[in-house]
Design a protein around this ligand. Structure first.
Ligand code: IMP
Length: 197
């Protein structure tokens, strides 16, 4: 069984590949560009939409499709941007646009730093059914971008227990504490079980 990742996000693909011991195919390499309407109000709902859409398009029970829906939530902002993290600055926004929009929102709230957390929901769809798992990473967001490591909101996020942003910290640190890494730890045994069937 081949594992296909239902994401076009290069940052996520890079992280998945470096955290998994198995080969991961990007769905775009098989299906090309596909627009997926992620209209659920939950990470789990959107992860399932992505994985189901790609599984149906692949139209073969030889594939295990894995998707990740993730984002950042800031309690001070009513948990925004949450499931809207990829389009916080509007439809078609880039990661940089979204990062600077969140920085603006923090500044407008009159604070320099406030608590925040990342959520990752991973959905797995195969001929044997559907599974979902979650992971979280807690910390603070600050009112500026520091460092150019990671992707998305990483340059403004300081994980709990650290004094630097994920933009400054080594990739290996993020790999050991991230929301995606934690969700993937739960997803791995499921994927391994499905591969054995
Ligand atoms: P999705 O592809 O619809 O799940 O959108 C996820 C969005 O959340 C991305 O575009 C990023 O802006 C943000 N995001 C998710 N995970 C991370 C992360 O690990 N670091 C930084 N930003 C992230």
């Amino acid at each position: 069984m081949k594992i296909v990742l239902a994401t076009g996000n290069r940052g996520k693909l890079k992280e998945f590949r470096s955290m998994c011991e198995v080969d991961i195919i990007a769905f775009g390499d098989i299906l090309g560009d596909i627009e997926i309407v992620e209209d659920s109000k939950t990470f789990k709902g959107n992860a399932l939409i992505k994985a189901r859409t790609i599984y149906e398009k692949l139209d073969s029970d030889e594939y295990i499709v894995v998707s990740d829906d993730s984002g950042i939530s800031v309690p001070l902002l009513g948990n925004a941007p949450s499931v809207y993290s990829a389009r916080y600055a509007g439809e078609g926004a880039t990661d940089k646009d979204n990062l600077y929009k969140l920085i603006e929102s923090i500044k407008e709230s009159g604070v320099e730093r406030t608590s925040a957390y990342y959520t990752a929901s991973i959905a797995i769809v195969s001929r044997y059914g559907e599974y979902t798992v979650h992971g979280w990473m807690y910390g603070d967001v600050i009112d500026r971008a520091v460092g150019d490591g990671g992707f998305g909101y990483d340059p403004m996020f300081i994980p709990s227990g650290y004094s630097k942003t994920l933009g400054e910290l080594d990739d290996e640190v993020k790999k050991s504490i991230s929301h995606r890494a934690k969700a993937l730890e739960l997803a791995k045994p499921i994927i391994q079980m499905l591969q054995k069937y």
